[in-house]
Design a protein around this ligand. Structure first.
Ligand code: PLP
Length: 466
């Protein structure tokens, strides 16, 4: 089924065609190129409608991206108007005004000395750009060996080769290659699964110690950057211990290691501010990567905000002709940038304040699900949260139940009118920022019913005794 909505010419049997011709992202070998996924036909506000005409709350806001919700007229209009004025210009030797103005607005909202923006096509290309910029910066400064990148377990930084090499979630690298010689992996700052017997403060100390020790062992002259999400998003909404990120930032500064804050998820309102690094965590990174919410997902756009200090050092270096040989056909795309300006206007005028107001209610209501025995923890910050299901609360072991639990909950919730993002044993919730108290109540009620039904299924099938 599936009407194709307003898009004349889209056939009725899209699902069947997809099964024959579409390779979906993150497929498994056994069904690659032969997979049908839930067809989504249209969206409005916090709702989407599937191919059977069923209306669902868009629990993950697409992929943490439709921050202003679907079918926002002003956003659609500005894309149309920009396309009618100038649909594209090459950034190789021309420029456009929306990109310049958007860079100014983003720099104004960014913390510390962050002053300039390089625009990309999304998050992976933003992280890739930040890393290649670090390499270039150290080459120009005559430190060609200072290139290793520190990353952490639980991290997700993208699907291009170098960015993907930083990923630290279980399974991401099982069947995939990467440039392991360029990356050093550290522990995830996950308080829920911290070593037994340690309180959260002692756990934070342990993480900081590990960070220092690893730098001392490798040598700061070999390490170019640390890349970290303020809240590890796809790793399961891992909110780090208080003060930990600031301490890491200080160690980076002491060792001349660039601090790259990956805000692909957390920027543009998810944590109630344009950027979370400064306003939520008190950080002043050397670079911030962003994407997703910058256009509320209406157009692929991302970027890196870069510190004035780094650019100034390059301009004053002994190699004025050294070229940062890096740029994308769609860098500074005029439609994306014009759209992002309108998106930012709406965020700043009305939606950031609403997101800050509604976030505590969202967290408190979701937290009530912890009385369900399958739920090990509900955690989160701002308008991102994770329901983490466990085999039992003592071991916190998600593995016996892996693969099926998140997907089972999602299937029940879909029937009940909520799209969930299943992640192995977890369900991640990050609705459009415009969500109301009432819609949050509905979301939580559906989740409770979906989890309860999943518990019954698991008991009946002898997979869980909780
Ligand atoms: N960085 C983070 C923190 C992300 O969550 C993601 C995507 O989910 C990316 C980078 C990659 O972004 P994209 O999928 O737009 O390439």
């Amino acid at each position: 089924t599936g009407s194709g909505g307003a898009n004349a010419g889209i056939p009725e049997n899209a699902v069947e065609i997809a099964r024959r011709h579409l390779v979906q992202p993150w497929p498994v070998a056994g069904s690659v190129g032969a997979e049908a996924r839930a067809l989504i036909d249209d969206g409005e506000g916090v709702y989407i409608t599937d191919g059977d005409g069923k209306r669902l709350i868009d629990g993950p806001a697409g992929m943490w991206c439709t921050n202003l919700g679907h079918r926002r007229e002003e956003l659609a209009r500005v894309m149309y108007e920009q396309a009618m004025q100038l649909s594209y210009n090459t950034p190789w030797y021309t420029m456009n005004a929306p990109a310049a103005e958007l860079a100014r607005r983003i720099a104004a909202a960014a913390p510390g000395e962050l002053s300039h923006v390089f625009f990309t096509t999304g998050g992976s290309s933003a992280v890739e750009t930040a890393l290649r910029f670090m390499q270039f910066y150290n080459n120009v400064r005559g430190r060609p060996d200072k290139k290793l990148i520190l990353s952490r377990g639980g991290a997700y930084h993208g699907s291009t080769y170098l960015a993907a090499s930083l990923n630290g979630r279980p399974r991401d690298r099982d069947w995939m290659d990467g440039t392991d010689d360029l990356v050093v992996k550290l522990s995830s700052p996950d308080p829920f699964r911290r070593p037994k017997g340690l309180d959260v403060n002692a756990f934070a100390n342990l993480l900081v110690e590990e960070f220092r020790d690893r730098i001392a062992a490798i040598g700061a002259d070999k390490i170019g950057a640390f890349v970290g999400e303020p809240v590890q998003a796809s790793g399961g909404v891992i909110v780090p211990p208080d003060g930990y990120l600031q301490r890491i930032r200080e160690i980076c500064r002491e060792n001349d290691i660039l601090y790259i804050s990956d805000e692909v998820v957390t920027a543009f309102g998810r944590l109630g501010h344009v950027f979370a690094s400064g306003d939520v965590f008190g950080l002043d990174p050397d670079m911030i990567t962003f994407a997703k919410g910058v256009t509320s997902g209406y157009f692929p756009l991302g970027g890196v905000v870069i510190s004035e200090r780094l650019l100034e050092e390059l301009r004053r270096s002994n190699h004025p002709d050294a070229m940062f040989a890096h740029g994308l056909t769609y860098t500074s795309h005029p439609i994306g940038c014009a759209l992002a300006l309108k998106n930012l206007d709406i965020l700043e005028d009305e939606v950031l304040a609403h997101a800050r107001e509604v976030a505590p209610y969202f967290q408190t209501r979701l937290k009530t699900l912890e009385d369900l025995p399958l739920v090990g923890e509900v955690r989160g910050l701002g308008l991102m949260a994770c329901v983490d299901c466990v085999a039992d609360r003592e071991s916190k072991n998600p593995l016996q139940l892996d693969k099926a639990v998140g997907a089972r909950i999602d299937a029940h919730c879909h029937e009940l009118g909520l799209l969930v993002r299943p992640l192995i044993n977890m369900c991640v919730m990050s609705p459009p920022l415009i969500i109301t108290h009432e819609q949050i109540d509905t979301m939580v009620a559906i989740l409770r019913e979906g989890i309860s039904r999943t518990m019954e299924d698991l008991r009946r099938e002898g997979l869980w005794q909780g």
